[in-house]
Design a protein around this ligand. Structure first.
Ligand SMILES: CC(=O)SCCNC(=O)CCNC(=O)[C@H](O)C(C)(C)COP(=O)(O)OP(=O)(O)OC[C@H]1O[C@@H](n2cnc3c(N)ncnc32)[C@H](O)[C@@H]1OP(=O)(O)O
Ligand SMILES: CC(=O)C(=O)O
Length: 551
């Protein structure tokens, strides 16, 4: 039996790029397109050639520079202008010139938009769709019509929106994507409208009962927080083409998150949407796209977020220990993600045992040790430590409880940090004075390592930086591996802020050796003491993992 076609259509490079703050270069688009292809989408909407110079350039270069295995490129544009002819419209010609095999036309299907935004008659609105589709199909292009404001238009004047859809299909469009342009629909509304439309067009219900190659599609925005649900409702009601963006990028609150849609369809509804292993690679691909867009991935994003399969509550861990599926909706590897245990004051012994396993320690059957570590974590968290963001500090506690001691790489004799703020030398603005003062931070560290007493003074643009420099220089003499360590992130949080300048401070430090990154935590009465503790943990953990023996 032939399988009914199902289209996955990506618009990250066009509608996704309409997100506030996103500005994709041609090189960015050329780098993202192969990732989308690797995911396995069938269509990549590259942009609007003729309207946006970068997009014209993208199509010119994409034809020569990228090879797509699964996807075809779609050029996006609008129907001809009112009162013109499609073949004369420079914007329509630019779509042809892009040489994209698919052209997607945004077409007004809400009569209010035709009359008020296009300032033309309802009949001319329909003619604009018909002429433009006919012209492009005549030129050998596959045409998708994005029926803009379809759902709002349908609720206002169903007859007109239906005429727009019929005109598009009669003129040769392969797909009409029903757009919730303003993103305000609810799933039941979408389901009802798609069902009613299909019935009125004589399309039997069921995905594989569509006449010929004509498909209805769904293009959802997330303004009501229902974009994923609306897309699934549309598919349930008979749409067989879904549009969306990776990571849900898009104007305002974004477009539908395409990965979540295809994962739901494939893993929950048994609709195979992507060829090959695309879904199992989707976490890596979503994060790789985020690197290029330079927008930090959202940890709580369904399926691909870093927290999507992270478990914090002790009771969850105790059940997961028996069977992970008791607390997860899918096997995370199906989307290339991982289950993680978080250690915090909500941990129980099972959390510690599973976290230990994740870190490479078999703690099964060590009840006493698990109780000791659990109690220590809870006590430390009560003082302000947080281990769910500082795995490395937790591992040092675990090692200490396992062996009865911490590795003795060095012994600190004393340290101090000074910030000289007197007399900003520029004698100028407060900011310039502050800059001068920061340049004067100085720290001295005295420690014992490798049988020596080492005294080093470091300078930095602030006291923590100066301490970091001094500690690093002192330790490098005995442990040259430390040269590779680099502090990449530093976060400060004032706890019990109502104490004012007397409050407790927590510092989280992220360190890398170029290959791995680890996080440590320190708590103290001030930022310098808290940072010092986090820095010490960072160096000890780094040395342990570099396989270095204490000297
Ligand atoms: C729902 C969506 O997100 S669709 C995608 C929207 N994306 C973009 O707008 C990004 C790219 N846009 C652009 O670069 C510019 O807006 C352009 C080049 C398309 C048009 O720019 P301008 O010629 O300066 O026109 P402007 O943006 O002010 O107005 C849009 C024109 O298109 C017309 N228009 C709007 N939608 C359609 C449509 N579906 N079919 C035909 N014409 C349309 C409007 O009536 C208006 O015509 P007018 O100039 O005769 O008044
Ligand atoms: C076409 C489109 O992006 C929309 O209607 O939202």
């Amino acid at each position: 039996m032939a399988t009914a076609p199902f289209h996955v259509y990506d618009t990250t490079l066009r509608d996704g790029a309409q997100q506030e703050g996103m500005n994709l270069s041609v090189a960015d688009k050329l780098a993202i397109a192969p990732l989308l292809d690797e995911l396995g989408v069938g269509f990549i909407e590259g942009g609007w050639p003729g309207a946006i110079p970068k997009d014209t350039e993208f199509f010119r270069r994409a034809a020569k520079e990228i090879e797509l295995r699964h996807a075809v490129l779609a050029a996006f544009g609008s129907t001809r202008k009112a009162g013109t002819r499609a073949w004369d419209d420079p914007q329509v010609r630019a779509l042809l010139d892009s040489e994209a095999p698919v052209v997607t036309l945004v077409a007004k299907s809400d009569v209010r938009h035709v009359e008020r935004a296009l300032r033309t008659t309802p009949d001319e609105g329909i003619a604009m769709i018909r002429d433009t589709v006919e012209f492009l199909v005549g030129e050998g292009r596959r045409v998708v019509v994005d029926a803009e404001h379809f759902f709002d238009g349908y609720r206002y004047d169903a007859g007109y929106t239906r005429s727009a859809v019929v005109a598009a299909f009669e003129a040769g469009a392969e797909v009409v994507a029903l757009c919730d342009t303003n993103g305000g629909m609810l799933p039941s509304w979408v389901g009802d409208v798609v069902t009613e439309l299909r019935e009125s067009l004589g399309m039997a219900h069921g995905r594989d009962a569509l006449p010929g190659d004509a498909l209805l599609g769904m293009h959802a925005h997330n303004d009501s927080g229902c974009a994923i649900a609306n897309t699934l409702a549309a598919v349930d009601a008979g749409c067989a083409h879904v549009q969306g963006t990776v990571n849900g990028y898009g104007e305002r609150t974004g477009n539908v998150d395409l990965v979540a849609v295809v994962a739901n369809l494939a893993l929950k509804s048994g609709i195979r949407t992507l060829p090959g292993d695309g879904l199992a690679e989707s976490t890596r691909i979503a994060h790789a796209v985020a690197e290029i867009t330079n927008i930090a991935p959202h940890a709580r994003q369904p399926y691909v977020g870093a927290s999507a399969f992270a478990h914090k509550a002790g009771l969850h861990a105790s059940a997961i220990k028996v069977d992970p599926d008791l607390y997860q909706h899918i096997d995370p590897t199906a989307v290339g993600n991982d289950m993680r245990m978080l250690v915090s004051d909500m941990a129980g012994r099972a959390s510690i045992e599973l976290k230990g396993r994740e870190l490479g320690f078999d703690l099964a059957g060590q009840g006493e040790l698990l109780t000791r570590v659990t109690t220590r974590v809870k006590d430390a968290e009560a003082q302000g430590y947080t281990f769910d963001a500082a795995d490395a500090s937790f591992e040092l506690i675990l090692r200490e409880e396992l062996t009865g001691d911490r590795p003795h790489y060095f012994r600190i004799e004393s340290w101090r940090a000074i910030v000289e703020t007197s007399g900003g030398r520029s004698g100028g603005t407060p900011n310039a004075d502050r800059r001068d003062a920061e340049a004067l931070a100085e720290a001295t560290v005295k420690l014992h390592a490798g049988g020596e007493r080492i005294v080093v003074t470091g300078e930095g643009n602030g006291p923590v930086n100066a301490l970091d420099q001094a500690l690093r220089h002192a330790l490098t003499r005995v442990y040259p591996q430390i040269e590779k360590f680099d502090l990449v992130d530093f976060k400060v949080r004032i706890l019990d802020a109502e104490h004012g300048t007397d409050a407790t401070t927590r510092v989280l430090v992220e360190t890398t050796d170029g290959q791995h990154t680890w996080s440590t935590v320190g708590v103290g009465p001030n930022i310098i003491e808290a940072a010092w503790e986090a820095l010490i943990d960072a160096h000890v953990y780094g040395l342990v993992h570099a396989g270095v023996d204490p000297r």
